[in-house]
Design a protein around this ligand. Structure first.
Ligand SMILES: Cc1cc2nc3c(=O)[nH]c(=O)nc-3n(C[C@H](O)[C@H](O)[C@H](O)COP(=O)(O)OP(=O)(O)OC[C@H]3O[C@@H](n4cnc5c(N)ncnc54)[C@H](O)[C@@H]3O)c2cc1C
Length: 257
């Protein structure tokens, strides 16, 4: 439960407050996660980011810079955003939630069922932080950094292709499989980001290598199915999740064609 609330007016103040209360402080973007009773966030001191002016989205020639406090709804609505990212942000099931969740909070929460984080990884997006420089979204999500994210840089529309697959048990039900496959426009630098029930957000490097080598869709689907590591989940058998992963890869590659 949040017992202490700070509303800093500068980035320096925010980082100082966070470090001063290290271990019990958390940054508050939209607050969806840290206020959820079952979040396990373990923080009782909120450092609000609301007064820092981090909501804007700026479009350049080669990239789009998204403020960490831009909401998923504003990403889904933005005409200059890569189409796959708009779609991924829109997957979060209600407008109310999309209006609350921020891009920075979505990345920092490191949720396995984040469609946005998978799409950002496939797009090779980077985060700019206040206290630990710049790093890829993948590094942030797979690491333990608690740096304050200021912005996220994604390639401009048309600079990188990205296709998505997602399957939930039902419209509001838990995630079964989530995949984003990104490639440069010439087909180079493939990134496959995948997560699912009992499967943390990860990449499939061997399937990526096969994709780069020009292998056909069937081979790639087989490799993807064998490369994920299901851990046994009540939502389905390991064989089922492997099958779903292969189908996801085939679907995404079909979208690129
Ligand atoms: C009902 C409900 C449903 C949800 N459904 C989903 C879902 O379908 N998919 C999914 O991925 N997640 C889901 N979540 C989890 C979570 O709410 C989001 O992933 C995301 O964290 C919400 O963004 P926020 O801005 O509200 O985060 P907050 O709650 O403000 O913060 C979340 C975490 O990120 C940190 N943080 C926030 N902003 C920054 C920043 N700029 N820099 C560094 N750290 C920061 C905070 O310290 C905290 O640890 C759900 C949560 C709830 C309550």
């Amino acid at each position: 439960m949040i017992r202490e609330y700070h509303r800093p007016e500068s980035i320096e103040q925010a980082v100082d407050l966070f470090r001063k209360h290290q271990g019990r402080a958390c940054y508050m973007g939209g607050g969806a996660q840290i206020n959820a009773p079952d979040s396990g966030a373990g923080c009782d001191c909120a450092v609000s980011l609301a007064g820092l002016g981090l909501e804007s989205i700026a479009t350049g020639r080669d990239d789009v810079i998204i403020g960490a406090c831009a909401t998923l709804q504003s990403v889904a609505d933005h005409p200059d955003m890569p189409q796959a990212l708009r779609e991924a942000a829109g997957f979060l099931r209600s407008r109310h939630m999309r209006n609350q969740h921020t891009v920075g909070g979505d990345i920092a929460a490191r949720k396995h069922d984040s469609f946005t984080a998978a799409a950002l990884m496939a797009l090779q997006a980077t985060v700019q932080t206040a206290d630990q420089g710049e790093m890829s979204v993948e590094e942030y999500v797979s690491g333990t950094s608690d740096a304050l994210i200021l912005s996220v840089t994604v390639p401009a529309q048309g600079k990188r292709r990205c296709a998505l697959f997602r399957q939930n048990r039902s419209q509001r039900g838990p995630l079964l499989m989530n995949m984003a496959v990104g490639r440069d426009t010439d087909g180079d630098n493939p990134v496959i980001a995948v997560s699912g029930a009992g499967i943390g957000l990860t990449r499939l490097p061997e399937t990526e290598a096969l994709l780069a080598s020009g292998a056909d869709t069937e081979q790639i689907a087989r490799q993807a199915a064998s490369e994920i590591a299901p851990t046994g989940h009540w939502l389905g058998s390991d064989d089922y999740f492997r099958h779903l992963c292969g189908a996801a890869a085939a679907h995404c590659i079909g979208q690129h064609a």
